[in-house]
Ligand binder design. Structure first.
Ligand SMILES: Nc1ncnc2c1ncn2[C@@H]1O[C@H](COP(=O)(O)OP(=O)(O)OP(=O)(O)O)[C@@H](O)[C@H]1O
Length: 284
């Protein structure tokens, strides 16, 4: 069963002169096992949208259900894992172990079951078990982010919801998180992430949801996204469009550097072949 939003609107400072409609009449459906990217400019309504998925916020009108249940129910809280942008704000225990164990213990799992889940989660995020006794606040930004992610994974969620999980990380840290999310998705968990980092995320996204001024302005596949004008584009797609506009007959709907290279070499070979055929045949 999916996450379903039906005609959802959310207001802040309702009935005051400062009233803001953060989401307006939004309809959205997210299936289990999907990898979804939520894109949009600052203030578009992205964070407001994801906070509806586990009952952190409630709609002022319309309806949100997760697997047919109210998102504020305890059952949903264990099915929807959340990781916020500033991992440090999410950590509050004395050791990494306690931090990751907090969710399972809070949901009533035994010490033994919790330990199994902690070990499974640190492995999933490629953290060394030796780190479990460390103070979370002595870790690097990338490690803190992985601890926050492990804390969410220890509940074995059906939906993992993230707010800009690779922002501010170094290239190695970014790769660790992206590889982990790919693995998590391959194991059947839906991954739903807000991101401005199209370069890192684009090859992973199966569906893109673009939020603009509180409304869903576009939703569809990467291919449909690239075919739609005036969207923020990943650098590789911008380059292919630029080549096309300069008369190089490439297919601009590519998602990775490897695909771009293959496409450019294909076009180069075709042009060379055509030119060779135009040359007058030399007499022997
Ligand atoms: N607690 C709040 N009180 C009042 N207004 C708020 C509150 N939270 C968000 N807003 C406003 O609601 C609108 C949507 O905000 P939201 O944080 O959902 O956008 P966003 O797309 O996540 O932005 P960003 O990329 O900057 O995080 C913005 O105009 C924002 O200023």
């Amino acid at each position: 069963m999916p996450i379903i939003l039906e005609n959802v609107s959310v207001f802040y400072s309702r009935n005051t002169p400062l009233e803001i409609a953060a989401l307006k009449d939004v309809n959205l459906r997210i299936e289990k096992g999907e990898f979804v990217g939520i894109l949009g400019e600052k203030g578009a309504g992205k964070s407001t949208l994801i906070k509806l998925f586990n009952g952190l916020l409630h709609p002022d009108s319309g309806k949100v259900t997760v697997d047919g249940l109210d998102p504020s129910s305890k059952k949903v809280k264990s099915r929807v894992g959340m990781v916020f942008q500033q991992a440090a704000d999410q950590l509050f225990c004395r050791t990494v172990y306690e931090e990751i164990a907090f969710g399972p213990l809070n949901f009533g799992y035994s010490r033994k079951e919790t330990e199994e889940r902690v070990f499974e989660a640190v492995e999933a995020v490629s953290l060394d078990r030796a780190m479990l006794s460390r103070d979370p606040f002595s870790l690097s930004g990338g490690e803190m982010q992985r601890v926050a992610l492990a804390g969410a994974l220890a509940l074995r969620p059906d939906y993992l919801v993230l707010d800009e999980p690779i922002t501010g990380l170094d290239p190695a840290g970014k790769k660790e998180i992206l590889d982990t999310l790919k693995k998590v998705k391959d194991q059947g968990t839906a991954v739903i992430t807000i991101t401005h980092n199209l370069k890192g995320f684009f090859p992973l996204l199966e569906r893109i949801v673009l939020v603009r001024e509180g409304r869903i302005n576009f939703q569809g596949s990467r291919k449909e996204y690239l075919e739609t004008e005036n969207m923020p584009l990943p650098p590789v797609a911008s380059m292919m469009r630029e080549l096309k506009s300069r008369g190089v007959p490439v297919n601009p709907a590519v998602f990775t550097v490897e695909e771009a290279l293959e496409e450019i070499l294909r076009v180069k070979a075709a042009i060379e072949k055509e030119e060779a055929e135009k040359q007058p045949k030399k007499r022997v």
